[in-house]
Write a protein that binds this ligand. Structure first.
Ligand SMILES: [Zn+2]
Length: 124
């Protein structure tokens, strides 16, 4: 049975997801592009279920090309390295200015991602 066929694309970057071995007994689902992953589960099917649920709940981040057309508009910045820094900011030519500092295009996708609306947290 091919479990990968049931996997939705990554909720954060839209990349391709795959099932990965977490350790000897457990599996997780991870993104081949941004390497975000689920918790480890004993059954691959459970990991897939959790992954797909998150993929449905979270909107897709904006592409950098979309951001370039949003100068002056508010965007929600999700900081991937320090989640506490996630905030609303304003788009300018080559970065988004939030109240904690600037997020630059060079780091887009690795340090931060932008959304038109604030992604909902599951379970809240
Ligand atoms: Zn991803």
């Amino acid at each position: 049975m091919n479990e990968t066929a049931k996997l939705k694309s990554c909720p954060f970057c839209g990349g391709e997801a795959k099932i990965d071995q977490w350790d000897r007994d457990r599996k997780c689902v991870c993104c081949t592009q941004c390497h975000i992953y689920t918790q480890p589960y004993s059954e691959a099917e459970i990991a897939v279920e959790h992954w797909n649920r998150r993929a449905t709940e979270n909107p897709q981040p904006l592409a950098l090309s979309e951001l370039h057309e949003m100068e002056g508009e508010p965007v929600y910045v999700k900081c991937l390295t320090v989640p506490e820094l996630s905030c609303w900011g304003h788009r300018d030519e080559s970065s988004v200015t939030g109240h904690q500092g600037n997020f630059f295009d060079d780091d887009y996708g690795t340090v931060w991602q932008a959304y038109r609306t604030k992604p909902e947290r599951s379970g809240k």
